[in-house]
Design a binder for this molecule. Structure first.
Ligand code: DAT
Ligand code: MG
Length: 180
C-alpha cells in the first residue's frame, strides 16, 4: 500500500486541522463565550423545545452543538455533583433521567449571564413573566430548562455532555449585524 494521499484526502486533513485550530482558538471569552443549555424531560414532553431554541436564536446567540438523548443517572449525578448533599438530589437525578432531554451549547457575548436571565430564577414562582421559567412552569422540581451558572460550570458541563468534535465552528452570515 502506498503512502501517497489523494488530493481530496489531503484537503480533508487540511480542513480538519483548520477546524481544530478554530475550535481551540475560539476560547471562551467575548463573543466566543459558551454555555450549556438543556431542555429537561418535562420541557420535551410539554413540546417546549421549539420555543426555547427560537428564543436563543432570536436573541442572537449561535448554536454550536445539540443532541437529543436520555441521559444516565450516572451522568446526571456528575452533572449535579455540587448538589449531592441536598435532600432533593436523588429525586432530581431520577427526574432528569426519566425521559429524553435536548442538550445544547450556545455561544455569544455574555451568553452565560444572559441565558440565566432568559431562564428566570430557579423557582418558577420567583421568575418574571417573559422568562422561560416564568412563562412555562410552576414548580421548582419541574422547571423545564437547565443553564450553566458560570463560565467555569459551563466548561465543566460542556465537557461532560459533548465530545470536542461535536462542537461545531461555523461562520454566521449575520455576525456583523449582531456584533460591532
Ligand atoms: P438552577 O437550575 O437554577 O441552576 P440549582 O443549580 O440550584 O438551580 O438546582 C438545580 C436544579 O435542582 C433546579 O433547576 C431544580 C432542582 N432544585 C433546586 N432547588 C430545589 C428544591 N428546593 N427542591 C426541589 N428541587 C430543587
Ligand atoms: Mg444550577
Amino acid at each position: 500500500m502506498g503512502t501517497k494521499r489523494s488530493l481530496s484526502d489531503q484537503k480533508g486533513l487540511v480542513d480538519l486541522g483548520a477546524k481544530h485550530a478554530r475550535t481551540v482558538k475560539s476560547g471562551w471569552t467575548g463573543p466566543n463565550e459558551r454555555t450549556f443549555i438543556a431542555v429537561k424531560p418535562d420541557g420535551v414532553q410539554r413540546r417546549l423545545v421549539g420555543d426555547i431554541i427560537r428564543r436563543f436564536e432570536r436573541k442572537g446567540f449561535k448554536l454550536v452543538a445539540m443532541k437529543f438523548l436520555q441521559a444516565s443517572e450516572e451522568q446526571l449525578r456528575q452533572h449535579y455533583w455540587d448538589l449531592r448533599e441536598k435532600p432533593f438530589y436523588n429525586g432530581l437525578v431520577k427526574y432528569m433521567s426519566s425521559g429524553p432531554v435536548v442538550a445544547m451549547v450556545w455561544q455569544g457575548l455574555d451568553v452565560v449571564k444572559t441565558s440565566r436571565k432568559m431562564l428566570g430564577e430557579t423557582n418558577p414562582a420567583d421568575s418574571l413573566p417573559g422568562t422561560i421559567r416564568g412563562d412555562y412552569c410552576v414548580e421548582v422540581g419541574r422547571n423545564v430548562i437547565h443553564g450553566s451558572d458560570s463560565v467555569e460550570s459551563a466548561q465543566r458541563e460542556i465537557l461532560l455532555w459533548f465530545k470536542q468534535d461535536e462542537l461545531i465552528c461555523w461562520e454566521e452570515c449575520s455576525e456583523h449585524w449582531i456584533y460591532v
